[in-house]
Design a binder for this molecule. Structure first.
Ligand code: SAM
Length: 482
């Protein structure tokens, strides 16, 4: 009883002292300006210390993430399936035991999960698994490492692309007196060339024959004249004809199987509708867009199947290309619907990827950068007015990663050729070229037309005011290009 009483009294005494102290404190706060000033200062100091600690953690984390991405980037990873599996299991187990320790293990745990991603065949799927299974703070760190890696790769794009053996690099140069942006990207030679030298050779990302020529004299894949050869795939609803077994196989694997082989061969099927729209509309770009999208799907499935990834995807390549905006109209809405309907049953999620904005951008890039593919074959028919070409006998169009950067000149130093009469493009020097010089082709037929006539055509078709040396000389304008 005595003990209890003294405990109670003790508690009361402490409480009273506590209350008294609080009252005294409050009194001071309200009445003593010096005390209030000190209090405010201490509060500010504590907040500053908290902010500094948070900033320090942020800087340390950023530093850790940057170094981790660099370190992993220079590491080599197992390549055979069994070794990959073993490495993956080890990293995941290590990561799990590290995050179980608590916050102090989060950085190292994230590093293990990031490394595991490097050997997993389907990284996107693994990210989704991580999101559900590892602590949010660790997931955020892994995600940030991936973002740093992607940004670094994108920033280094023009250091790695085009590949050295193509003898060209992309460089930014100042633009003069145009209504266009102030900076344009130019294709610069990295070697000296003499007239007639082939500077580089390039295969298209996507190409297509003019619809009126599809199914008779030319190969649907490489656009070469058939000369009696005729290879077809019975399951192909598009009815494409190829010049060789190899072209047929490539077309079937890259896009044709995905796009045009189905059990539904009724006239109302999605495949038949795309085929009809190309033939009746007499335009090749919807087919080129469909082939381009199918090739992207093929690239992704190959990546998962083989575990081998190209440094840059097709999408990375076309992202940087210039384009003219295409305004949405009924025609475009129909095209988008057609494309979405076609892909929706074939590739889950693809119909969402083909948003209006993305489709119009893709169409704009294709129309702005594609080349007319000409041949020795004499084309008598009056074909659709085509994309960039200064030559007659155009049979189709192709969309190329590197040649897209070539600027126009009315007095060019190179020319686009298709020496094998197929879609493989060669850029050939037509004048002596020194390393460091810009390569230019002619987008139009120049002949003996005057500057204003040429400029009008370029302005109408490409929406730029030509500032090539020939035009500048003819008009007396000054070239201030850096
Ligand atoms: C097909 S792109 C060529 C690559 C482009 N220079 C870039 O920056 O990506 C065509 C664009 O290049 C520029 N260009 C090409 N030739 C030109 C010329 N002779 N005069 C002015 N601008 C030109 C214009 O901005 C035009 O819109």
């Amino acid at each position: 009883m005595e003990i209890k009483k003294s405990v109670v009294l003790g508690i009361c005494a402490v409480a009273i002292v506590g209350i008294g102290y609080a009252v005294y404190w409050d009194y001071l706060r309200q009445t003593d300006p010096e005390f209030r000033r000190k209090l405010k200062k201490n509060k500010k100091k504590a907040a500053k210390a908290r902010r500094a600690a948070a900033e320090e953690t942020k800087v340390k984390t950023a530093d850790f993430l940057r170094k981790a991405v660099e370190q992993v980037g220079s590491e080599s990873f197992p390549t055979d399936v069994a070794a990959k599996e073993k490495y993956f299991m080890e990293q995941v187990a290590k990561g799990e035991s590290l995050f179980a320790v608590g916050e102090s293990g989060y950085h190292d745990a994230a590093l293990c999960f990031y490394k595991a991603l490097k050997v997993y065949p389907n990284p996107v799927e693994l990210i989704m698994i991580y999101q559900k299974t590892i602590p949010e703070a660790v997931f955020t760190l892994v995600y940030e490492m991936m973002s740093i890696e992607v940004k670094k790769k994108q920033a280094e794009y023009f250091e790695n692309f085009p590949p050295k053996e193509m003898n060209v690099k992309v460089q930014e140069v100042n633009q003069i007196s145009t209504s266009d942006d102030l900076v344009r990207r130019a294709l610069i030679s990295t070697k000296d060339f003499e007239p007639g030298d082939v500077i580089f050779v390039e295969h298209p990302i996507a190409s297509a024959l003019d619809p009126s020529l599809e199914g008779n004299e030319f190969c649907s894949y490489c656009l070469k004249e058939l000369n009696g050869a005729k290879f077809v795939d019975e399951s192909d609803l598009f009815g494409a004809i190829y010049c060789s077994e190899s072209c047929k196989d490539k077309a079937m694997t890259e896009y044709e199987t995905l796009l045009f082989t189905t059990r539904d061969d009724s006239p109302s099927s999605k495949e038949a509708r795309l085929k009809d729209s190309v033939k009746s509309g007499k335009v090749k770009y919807p087919l080129m867009i469909a082939r381009f999208l199918a090739k992207m799907v093929h690239e992704e499935t190959q990546k998962v199947a083989t575990g081998i990834e190209e440094e840059y995807s097709t999408w990375d390549h076309i992202e940087r290309l210039r384009f003219l905006s295409v305004n949405p109209s009924d025609k475009e809405s129909k095209e988008i619907k057609l494309m979405r309907d076609l892909f929706e049953t074939k590739v889950p999620g693809m119909e969402e990827f083909i948003s209006e904005e993305r489709y119009l951008m893709l169409k704009g890039k294709l129309l702005y950068n594609a080349y007319g593919i000409h041949t020795d074959h004499n084309i008598k028919e009056n074909l659709e007015e085509t994309v960039r070409s200064s030559q007659p006998n155009v049979i189709g169009a192709g969309f190329y990663r590197v040649a897209s950067y070539l600027a126009h000149s009315c007095s060019p130093n190179t020319e686009v050729r298709f020496p094998d009469n197929n879609n493989v493009l060669s850029i050939v020097a037509t004048k002596p070229i020194k390393a460091g010089e810009e390569l230019r082709i002619s987008y139009i037929r120049v002949g003996d037309r005057n500057c204003s006539n040429r400029r009008n055509e370029l302005e109408t078709k490409w929406r730029f005011n030509c500032t090539c040396t020939k035009c500048l000389e003819e008009t007396g304008e000054v070239d201030t290009t850096a």
